[in-house]
Design a protein around this ligand. Structure first.
Ligand SMILES: Nc1ncnc2c1ncn2[C@@H]1O[C@H](COP(=O)(O)OP(=O)(O)OP(=O)(O)O)[C@@H](O)[C@H]1O
Ligand SMILES: [Mg+2]
Length: 353
């Protein structure tokens, strides 16, 4: 079984089993999971555990400008477009006999999706400006952190392409779903830091417990960042749960208002990452707040509740194209109550009713 996927909790063992099962086949794999949960690691594990002799070629569809992506994937012939001075091999060809990893597939532009579908169906490609079909033998792995089904409903992703790539879906667990792996992951990250020459800190069991209580919206990548931060701030020192909470996770609300605002922005970013996955049951459960004071010292309750109210009112108005009557129905409050609240938050009345 793959040894680059660290951890031994139930969810991780299941993941490793799926990886070793699918590695033996040539089926297309779709990796789904939140940011930083290890999609790249799993793609590498599948390639390494397969018998494929060629390379693992990685393309991040979100990072390459859409006008360059086609020639990046399929290559081009000399003179195919202005600036194409010589023939160039695309990433499809480079992954012949190996594995092609199309990361952030949800960001692939629609016109290219049709070409990709054809390439997957026929296992043949044509370079941009080329006439010949080139037959290839490759295993395709796609990954996304987005809700592709929603993209299909909105018309941004082809349903037929989705069915072609969704042959063997693997849902990678979030770090919160595999908290028991945190000690192993911390050891692994410390090992790597040590190998790269850092003076690493000692992590006290109380610190591990504090790390296991945190929510980790940025998953294993965020854990790595925290441990790296620890090595910089506390080289060779013993780290306690107090250090984790106050210095490493930076969640101790300072009194100064400016700093508070910065923190507010930081946490709203984190919430954005978290809500990506829970789009189907959007709202945080009230029980989620129960643990707040185990990790935090304070909360500006009135401000927090106002923010929630303001966002829901704005959302309801947007959804109902500015109609106050309709928005009040969506919010299950009286129209007059909504108008009062809009005044309180200085929300302009845009609709005619
Ligand atoms: N199971 C794991 N074992 C060891 N390291 C891991 C594991 N999962 C993730 N990591 C580490 O966490 C970091 C993030 O992993 P990775 O880049 O694979 O995430 P990702 O899901 O591809 O993120 P993104 O959505 O941002 O592309 C990397 O440093 C990786 O080495
Ligand atoms: Mg990635």
């Amino acid at each position: 079984m793959s040894n680059i996927i660290k951890g031994q909790c139930e969810a991780t063992i299941q993941l490793k089993k799926l990886v070793s099962m699918v590695a033996q086949s040539n089926s297309t794999v779709l990796l789904r999971g939140e940011t930083g949960c290890g999609k790249d690691v799993v793609a590498k594990a599948i390639h390494n555990s397969s018998e494929r002799k060629g390379d693992l070629v990685n393309v991040n569809c979100a990072a390459i400008p859409s006008e360059l992506l086609e020639s990046e994937l399929f290559g081009h012939e000399k003179g195919a477009f202005t600036g194409a001075d010589s023939r160039r091999e695309g990433r499809f060809e480079s992954s012949d006999n190996g594995t092609l990893f199309l990361d952030e597939i949800g960001d692939m532009p629609l016109p290219l999706q049709a070409k990709l579908l054809r390439a997957i169906e026929t296992r043949k490609i044509q370079r941009v400006g080329g006439k010949n079909e080139i037959e290839l033998n490759l295993r395709l792995i796609c990954a996304t952190h987005q809700n592709i089904e929603k993209k299909i409903d909105e018309g941004h992703f082809r349903a037929d392409l989705f069915y072609r790539i969704n042959v063997f879906p693997i849902e990678i667990p979030t770090l919160s779903e595999r908290r028991e792996d945190i000690p192993v992951l911390v050891d692994h990250i410390l090992d790597e830091l040590k190998k790269s020459g850092s003076s690493i800190p000692q992590i006290d069991p109380s610190a591990i417990k504090a790390l296991q209580e945190y929510v980790w919206p940025g998953n294993v990548r965020e854990l790595r960042n925290v441990i790296e931060r620890a090595a910089i701030i506390f080289p060779k020192k013993n780290i306690t749960s107090k250090n984790v909470k106050e210095n490493l996770l930076k969640i101790n609300l300072p009194d100064n208002q400016d700093e508070k605002n910065v923190l507010w922005e930081m946490t709203s970013e984190l919430t954005e990452i978290k809500t990506e996955k829970t789009e189907m049951n959007f709202l945080p459960h009230p029980n989620d707040y129960k643990k707040w004071f185990e990790m935090m010292d304070k909360i500006d309750l009135r401000r927090h509740l106002s923010e929630v109210e303001l966002n829901l009112i704005e959302g309801a108005l947007k959804k109902n194209k500015g109609s106050v009557t309709e928005a009040s129905r969506s919010l299950k409050i009286n129209r007059t109550t909504l108008i009062e609240k809009m005044k309180k938050y200085s929300i302009p009345k845009l609709g005619s009713d």
